[in-house]
Design a binder for this molecule. Structure first.
Ligand code: FAD
Length: 351
């Protein structure tokens, strides 16, 4: 049996919930379908010591400020999960779990959303499926010959399982720096980055990143010079554990190696480092395979959009994912505005 609603939101992480907040305010008939059995999206799966890079008030979804976490200016991931869970209840958001959306197809005037628990028919669809589910690993020579353990950011939990081992962490972004800092005191660590590590000034946190992303979008929209946005400030927010490891001299980035060997890594000049494990903190791609039947793919796996609306399918909006769907839209504080704009557009479309 196919169920009919005005709007199907795919994904019940922060982006899907923010969309739900505005859909509820418009009194639209909608459902949120989420593949996870419990609330919290990707925040349920991050490593144990992760802390937000902004204080609670600057990590809030529309309508309700994130409460301060006792004793912590920068909340941990469990606190975010609790906040998202309470947010979902507070606004009585109609989330169905676990429901995996397998495909979205055109069906005349409507879109057909096929899931592992049956089909939905909608007049508009919001895709908010995040990136955590599509970890990216670069093609590095010898990766298949390395006999040790290889894992991605998404599988890393804590330094306990690597205690005393030689470990190589690959990646010069926030995940790479934070996981390297987490391991630095417990392992024989080699941290490699593609270009020299670029720490943001110690007093800059997510608040400044949000402002930089917003200023960039404004400049681009009004035809002014591109400010360079967040990337112009640096790659790594110097959160307290990163700062501490760096200041103790434990976080010294090496250039990227040329290949992996059976027992470690080798650089172009013949230098070698043995390792029991390589942790790839090499980023993510948007999880968009459910949209493949719509044939909308553009560059780098993105779907071309005007704001959040797909250029070639005006009934589809994309939320979260990255700056290409709105400035800082892949952050807690940044996803509010694009969500509001998407729902406004959908309301107009539905008349
Ligand atoms: P997700 O949290 O990934 O939620 C998407 C949901 O959609 C999931 O529940 C998923 O199961 C579901 N889904 C996926 N595919 C389907 C499908 N086909 N059918 C149905 N459901 C599906 N942001 C900040 O604001 N502050 C920070 O400090 C911060 N730190 C971060 C640290 C790390 C390591 C990472 C990776 C990100 C961080 N972010 C931070 C960025 C961002 O806030 C998170 O990535 C956030 O989880 C993105 O939310 P989302 O709703 O877009 O995606």
């Amino acid at each position: 049996m196919t169920r009919a609603v005005d709007v199907v939101v795919i994904g019940g992480g922060q982006a899907g919930l923010a969309a739900g907040y505005y859909l509820r305010r418009q009194n639209l008939d909608f459902v949120i379908l989420d593949a996870q059995p419990t609330t919290g999206g990707a925040w349920q799966h991050t490593w144990d010591s992760l802390r937000l890079f902004s204080p609670a008030a600057y990590s809030s979804l529309p309508g309700w400020l994130m409460p301060v976490q006792d004793g912590a200016e920068y909340p941990d991931a469990d606190h975010v999960v609790r906040y998202l869970s309470a947010y979902e209840e507070r606004y009585a958001l109609p989330v169905q779990r676990p429901v995996q959306v397998e495909a979205v197809r055109r069906d005349g005037e409507r879109l057909r959303v096929e899931t592992d628990t049956g089909a939905w028919s909608a007049r508009a669809v919001v895709s908010a499926t995040g990136t955590w589910w599509r970890p990216f690993l670069p093609a590095v020579p010898g990766r298949e010959t390395f006999a040790g353990r290889q894992l991605h950011t998404v599988q890393y939990r804590s330094p306990r399982e690597f205690a005393g081992q030689r470990v190589i962490v690959v990646g010069g972004g926030n995940s790479g720096a934070q996981i390297a800092a987490d391991l630095a005191a417990h392992t024989d660590l080699t941290w490699v980055t593609q270009r020299p590590a670029r720490f943001l000034a110690d007093d800059i946190d997510g608040r400044a990143l949000f402002d930089a992303a917003t200023a960039r979008r404004r400049a681009v929209d009004t035809g002014d010079t591109d400010t360079g946005g967040v990337a112009s400030l640096g790659d790594i927010v110097a959160v307290a554990p990163v700062r501490a490891a760096r200041d103790a001299g434990l976080l010294k980035a090496q250039p990227m190696f040329a290949r992996l060997t059976e027992d470690g890594a080798e650089w172009a000049d013949g230098t070698r480092a043995e390792a029991a494990a390589v942790i790839w903190c090499t980023g993510f791609r948007p999880a968009l395979s459910h949209l493949a039947p719509l044939g909308l793919r553009g560059d780098r796996g993105h779907i071309p959009t005007h704001g959040t609306r797909a250029v070639d399918e005006p009934r589809l909006h994309l939320l979260g994912y990255g700056d290409w769907t709105g400035p800082a839209s892949a952050t807690l504080i940044g996803v509010g505005r694009p969500s509001r704009d998407a729902v406004r557009d959908i309301t107009t479309l539905l008349g």
